[in-house]
Ligand binder design. Structure first.
Ligand code: ZN
Length: 386
């Protein structure tokens, strides 16, 4: 992965390259930020750059992409590049699961998705969606074993620990000890999304690199170039994706997904309005079968519609381009999203997304949210005051 092939993040790229040029690469760094911002791609590009044998070959300050080290990095098979990832037992690994047993699948997933992947898609890939995956004690013994060998081909051994918030409590002391007394010429690049779940002692032992959201312009550009959509569609998707490229790709891959989302959202809001509980239950059950990623996207889309309704309600304008037939619904619906409930809507949708990410049953999440929405849409500004 070359830096130039990563979407946006120019400032971070520059900063990372600078640490190499100035020879002050810290031995343990934590790449932290929300989903779909390219944290893993940046860490891999950084590792490749550090080990590139010919980084001064071109003046653009990137890895050369063609030296023996880069060629192996391009396929993620460099012998001094190691990945630690959350794993669990599955149908083929019955006990003591470690990253090594799953690395082939992980490489595949990364290369298929241009290095953008989520925990849920990883779980789906290895068929462990419903189990609690983690970075476990067996893994930490494995790390020690791996690092006890000298590096094969490059100056630095690099260990990328993906989703370090999934580190099990029993395994934490071992990893902390490794970070505290790292073997010579070894770099740890940790990656995490959920700040509150990372053990604080890990944070205190690493240098924090905050990865910001990808700018909308960059997402639009990438959608047009990589996914060949129109500028209009790319702009719509970028608005919903909110700096998350994985989400943008997901929305586009669904193709007709957006129209589908809109119609379903309208149907759902009608059920909430009439508080038709049996139908709400059927809806929740139905949508839960589509998988967590899809459920999250639908909720994100719902939030965009609600935000748009609020703006429309107060200014008469759209923040997103909606189709003519969609505007009809929005005009009727927008008075029900107002200052009395807009904050709560956003809070409740975000909580639902949070719960879906954390393996709460999506059917339950949608049922709960529907009942809350049923209450919220009956709130008007005057009622809220009284
Ligand atoms: Zn190179």
């Amino acid at each position: 992965m070359l830096f130039k092939n990563i979407i946006g993040q120019h400032e971070i790229k520059e900063r990372l390259k600078q640490t190499v040029r100035e020879n002050r690469v810290s031995h343990a760094q934590l790449f932290f930020g929300g989903e779909g911002r390219g944290k893993l791609a940046l860490a891999i590009a950084y590792a490749q750059f550090i080990n590139c044998r010919d980084k001064n070959r071109f003046t653009n300050g990137d890895s050369c992409g063609v030296c023996p080290s880069c060629i192996k990095y391009n396929k993620l098979i460099h012998p001094d590049l190691h990945f630690i990832i959350p794993v669990s037992t599955n149908t083929s690994v019955k006990e003591k699961p470690t990253s090594r047993q799953f690395i082939k699948h992980y490489r595949e997933l990364l290369l298929e998705n241009d290095y953008f992947t989520t925990l849920n898609s990883w779980y789906e890939k290895i068929g462990i969606e419903k189990k609690q995956a983690g970075i476990n004690v067996y893994e930490c013994s494995e790390i020690l074993r791996t690092l006890s060998y000298t590096s094969y081909e490059s100056e630095y051994k690099i260990m990328i620990i993906w989703m370090v918030e999934k580190l099990n409590y029993q395994a934490a002391p071992k990893l902390l000890k490794i970070l505290e007394e790292p073997p010579d010429k070894t770099l740890f690049l940790l990656i995490a999304e959920q700040h509150e779940q990372i053990i604080s002692t890990i944070i205190s032992r690493t240098q924090l690199i905050k990865i910001p959201k990808i700018e909308d312009d960059e997402i639009i550009k990438a959608c047009i170039e990589k996914l060949h959509v129109s500028r209009e569609e790319a702009a719509m998707v970028a608005e919903i994706a909110n700096g998350n490229f994985t989400e943008a790709v997901h929305l586009i891959k669904q193709g007709e997904g957006r129209k589908n989302y809109f119609d379903r959202f309208v149907g759902w809001m009608r059920l909430c309005w009439t508080v038709d509980v049996p139908k709400i239950m059927a809806f929740s059950d139905e949508i839960s079968k589509e998988g967590r990623e899809s459920n999250k996207s639908f909720l994100q889309f719902g939030m965009t519609v609600l935000r748009n309704c609020l703006v429309m309600n107060y200014t008469g304008k759209d923040i997103v381009k909606f189709r003519e037939e969609e505007r009809g619904f929005l005009e009727k619906f927008s008075p029900f999203v107002n200052q009395a409930n807009a904050g709560r809507f956003s809070e409740e949708f975000n909580t639902a997304i949070y719960h879906i990410e954390r393996n709460v049953s999506p059917g339950m999440v949608f049922l709960d949210l529907s009942l809350t929405v049923a209450r919220l849409i009956k709130m008007t500004p005057s009622k809220a005051v009284s």
